[in-house]
Design a protein around this ligand. Structure first.
Ligand code: CLF
Ligand code: SF4
Length: 413
C-alpha cells in the first residue's frame, strides 16, 4: 500500500474503526437512479444497501455538491472522506463522475469513496481510479444465484430487464469482476452484506469466504430494515444477537466492520454525530450562499425535535397507536421548549385497513421529528420509524425527563 493510501486509511471513519470518532465523512446525494431492484428497497427512500432509508434527502447537482463540500470543510475541519452512496446506485448516474471530478480537482487532499451494487463496476473501475477514488464498497448479498434470485427482482443490463437466475448471475459476475479490477488497481474494497433472516443468513459465511479470497479489505454485515411498500416489508429484521453471532463467525475469515451506522445518502459528520441538518440549505440554491444552520422545517442549529405521546404535557401516557396527539418539543443543550401539538387522525380500528391507515397517518404526521417518545409501540411502526431515521424511545414518567433521556441516548448511540 502506498503512503498516501495508508494515510487516507488512517483517517477513514468506516474502513478504520479507530478513526470513526475523530474523522468525518460527507455523502453527496447526486445519484438518484438505480439499475437494479432489491426486494428490500422502496425508491421513495435512499439506497438501503449503504444508507439508512430517509425520505428527506434531496438530490444535488454535481456543482451544488462540490460547493457544499467547501462549506462543510470550513465548518468541519476533520472532514477526511467525501463519498457518493446514493440515493440510487452511483454508477447508474453520470452526475457521480462529474461530482467526483469537481471535488477531486478542488480538494485533492480529501479521500474519495463510493458505494455501489457493483453491476456497472467492471466498466467504471478504471475511471473511478483516474478520478481519485481509492475506497469502493460493493453490496453483495449472495454468492449463489439461487439465493440472489430471492433478493433481487430485476437487473437492467444492456438495455434489457433480466429476472430470476439470469439477473442474479449477471449481477454476481459483474460484482466479482468489478471487485477484482478495483483490487488490481490498488483500491481498497469493502463488501456490504444485508443480513436477511431466512434468505441469506446461513449462506453468508460462504459469501464472506469467497470475497476474502478476492482480497477485499473489510466486510460489513448490515441488518435488513423492512420497509413499507417492498416485497420484504413483512420480513423481520435480524436481532442484534443474530447479527453479532454471524459477525463473530465471519471475523475469523476477514476484517469485520462493527461500527456501521447505516447512514443516509446525504450524511455529514462523524458516524456517531450526523450534522447533515446544519447544511440542508447549503448548495440548494446553487451558489452556496443560502442561510446556514437552518433546516428546511425552520429549526435552528443542532436543536432536536422530539415528539411525545402525551395528552397532558406532564407525563408520557400514550401508546403510538392510541395517543390522540403528540406534543412536539425542541431540545437544545439542556433546554426543552414545547413547540406545538400534532393532532392525529383516528380511523377507528385496531386491525386490518383501518389500523394500517392509523399507523401510516401517525408516521406521516411525525415526519419532522428526530425522536419519538411513547409509552408503548408495536414492532411495525417501530421498524418504520427507525427506517425513516428516527430514534424511538419507549418510556413512561415525566415528559421533560423522558425527552432529555431520549436525546441523550440517541446522541450516545
Ligand atoms: Fe460513506 Fe460507505 Fe464510504 Fe463510509 S458510509 S460510502 S464506506 S464514507 Fe460507513 Fe455509513 Fe456504514 Fe457506509 S457507516 S453506511 S459503512
Ligand atoms: Fe435500492 Fe440501492 Fe438496491 Fe438500487 S441498489 S434497488 S437504490 S437498495
Amino acid at each position: 500500500m502506498d503512503g498516501r493510501l495508508a494515510d487516507a486509511l488512517r483517517q477513514h471513519p468506516c474502513y478504520n474503526e479507530e478513526a470513526h470518532k475523530k474523522f468525518a465523512r460527507m455523502h453527496l446525494p447526486v445519484a438518484p437512479r438505480c439499475n437494479i431492484q432489491c426486494n428490500y428497497c422502496n425508491r421513495r427512500y435512499d439506497c438501503s444497501n449503504e444508507s439508512r432509508p430517509g425520505v428527506t434527502s434531496s438530490v444535488l447537482t454535481p456543482y451544488e455538491a462540490s460547493e457544499k463540500v467547501g462549506a462543510v470543510k470550513e465548518r468541519i475541519p476533520e472532514l477526511s472522506v467525501v463519498a457518493i452512496a446514493g440515493p440510487g446506485d452511483p454508477l447508474a448516474n453520470d452526475e457521480t463522475f462529474a461530482a467526483l471530478e469537481l471535488v477531486h480537482g478542488k480538494y485533492p487532499g480529501i479521500a474519495l469513496c463510493l458505494s455501489t451494487n457493483g453491476l456497472n463496476l467492471p466498466g467504471y473501475a478504471d475511471k473511478l481510479y483516474e478520478l481519485g477514488v481509492r475506497f469502493v464498497t460493493v453490496t453483495m448479498n449472495a454468492f449463489d444465484p439461487d439465493v440472489s434470485s430471492k433478493i433481487y427482482e430485476f437487473v437492467i443490463w444492456d438495455g434489457k430487464k433480466l429476472k430470476g437466475k439470469e439477473a442474479a448471475e449477471r449481477l454476481l459476475t459483474n460484482q466479482l469482476e468489478g471487485i477484482g479490477r478495483c483490487i488490481a488497481l490498488g483500491m481498497l474494497v469493502k463488501v456490504n452484506i444485508v443480513l436477511i433472516p431466512g434468505i441469506n443468513d446461513t449462506h453468508i459465511p460462504d459469501l464472506v469466504n469467497a470475497v476474502k479470497k478476492l482480497g477485499v479489505y473489510i466486510v460489513n454485515i448490515l441488518p435488513l430494515i423492512p420497509v413499507e411498500g417492498t416485497k420484504f416489508s413483512d420480513m423481520r429484521a435480524p436481532t442484534p444477537e443474530e447479527r453479532k453471532r454471524l459477525m463473530d463467525v465471519c471475523s475469523k475469515d476477514v476484517r469485520m466492520m462493527r461500527h456501521c451506522r447505516q447512514c443516509r445518502a446525504d450524511a455529514i459528520g462523524l458516524l456517531d454525530k450526523d450534522r447533515s441538518d446544519e447544511f440542508v440549505r447549503v448548495g440548494a440554491c446553487g451558489s452556496g450562499c443560502g442561510p446556514m444552520n437552518v433546516r428546511s422545517d425552520g429549526v435552528v442549529g443542532n436543536s432536536v425535535r422530539v415528539a411525545v405521546a402525551s395528552d397532558n404535557g406532564a407525563t408520557v401516557n400514550g401508546g403510538f397507536g392510541n395517543t390522540k396527539a403528540f406534543r412536539m418539543y425542541l431540545v437544545s443543550g439542556d433546554a426543552v421548549t414545547e413547540d406545538r401539538i400534532v393532532h392525529v387522525k383516528e380511523h377507528g380500528g385496531v386491525y386490518g385497513d383501518a389500523h394500517t391507515k392509523n399507523i401510516n397517518d401517525r408516521i406521516i404526521s411525525l415526519k419532522d421529528a428526530d425522536v419519538v417518545v411513547v409509552k408503548e409501540i408495536g414492532p411495525r411502526p417501530m421498524n418504520e420509524l427507525r427506517a425513516s431515521g428516527k430514534y424511538v424511545h419507549v418510556s413512561g414518567g415525566d415528559v421533560n425527563d423522558a425527552v432529555r433521556n431520549a436525546v441523550r441516548m440517541r446522541r450516545d448511540l
